[in-house]
Ligand binder design. Structure first.
Ligand SMILES: *Cc1c(COP(=O)(O)O)cnc(C)c1O
Length: 219
C-alpha cells in the first residue's frame, strides 16, 4: 500500500470510530507521527492533505520541518517527545503544539520563551498514567495542582492532557484515567491513542490521536 492509501485508511477508521462512539464527525484530529522519516517521505502525506504532524525530537524536527513549513505554511507541528530546558527556545520557535509539558522547570522555561519570542504554541500536560519510572509525565494525583500552577503562576493557557500508556498493558484504563483527570482540570482536549489503539482511545474521548507506523510504515 502507498503512504497515501494508508493515510486514507487511518482517516476512515477515525471517522468510523467517531460514529461508533457517538462522537461528532471530525471531533478527532489525526496527528501523523513522522519521526525517523525524512522530508521526502513526509511530502506525499502533506500532498494528500494531512496538516498536523508529530515529532519526538527537537533536533530531528529542525532538520526537516522549517523547509516543509515554508512549502506548506498551514502545517501544525506537534512536539510529542520529552523536552529539555536547553531545547525549549528552539521548541517554542518551531512547534505549534507542545504536548509534553511535565514539570515546573520546563513550564517556567517555556513561559519565558513565549514571552521573549512572542510566539504561543498550544500546550498540553503529559501525564504518566502508568507511573512508569522511565517515562516522562506528571503523576496522575499531581496533575490538577500542576495545571493550576501553569495557569496561575505562569499564565500559561494549557489546552489539554496527553498520555502514553505502558506498552504491556490494556490502554483502556489509562485513557479513562486521563479523561477523568482532564475533567477535574476543566480541560476538554485529550491527546491519546497510537497506531495500535487509536480506535479505543476515540471511544474513551480522545480529541487527537498520534499515529505513526500505521501511516508511514515500521520504523
Ligand atoms: C512514536 C510515537 C507515537 C506513534 O506511535 P505508532 O505506534 O508508530 O503509531 C505516538 N506518540 C508518541 C509519544 C510517540 O513517540
Amino acid at each position: 500500500m502507498e503512504v497515501q492509501e494508508r493515510l486514507n485508511d487511518v482517516l476512515g477508521r477515525i471517522r468510523l470510530g467517531e460514529k461508533a462512539a457517538n462522537r461528532a464527525e471530525r471531533a478527532v484530529t489525526l496527528v501523523a507521527v513522522s519521526k525517523t522519516f525524512d522530508a521526502d517521505a513526509i511530502r506525499p502525506v502533506i500532498d494528500a492533505g494531512q496538516r498536523a504532524f508529530g515529532e519526538n525530537r527537537v533536533q530531528e524536527a529542525q532538520g526537516k520541518w522549517p523547509e516543509l513549513k515554508r512549502e506548506t505554511p498551514d502545517i501544525e507541528l506537534h512536539l510529542i517527545g520529552p523536552l529539555q530546558s536547553n531545547k525549549a527556545a528552539d521548541a517554542v520557535a518551531l512547534f505549534d503544539v507542545i504536548e509534553t509539558v511535565d514539570r515546573e522547570k520546563i513550564a517556567r522555561v517555556i513561559a519565558g520563551e513565549i514571552e521573549r519570542q512572542d510566539r504561543r504554541p498550544r500546550l498540553y500536560v503529559q501525564v504518566n498514567t502508568g507511573l512508569e519510572p522511565q517515562k516522562a509525565g506528571v503523576k496522575p494525583e499531581e496533575t490538577v495542582a500542576f495545571v493550576d500552577f501553569c495557569r496561575t503562576e505562569l499564565g500559561l493557557a494549557i489546552e489539554g492532557l496527553m498520555c502514553i500508556p505502558p506498552v504491556d498493558e490494556n490502554p483502556g484504563p489509562h485513557f479513562a484515567l486521563l479523561a477523568k483527570i482532564a475533567g477535574r482540570c476543566g480541560l476538554e482536549k485529550l491527546s491519546m491513542g497510537m497506531s495500535g489503539d487509536f480506535e479505543m482511545a476515540i471511544a474513551f474521548g480522545a480529541t487527537s490521536v498520534r499515529v505513526g507506523s500505521a501511516i508511514f510504515g515500521t520504523r
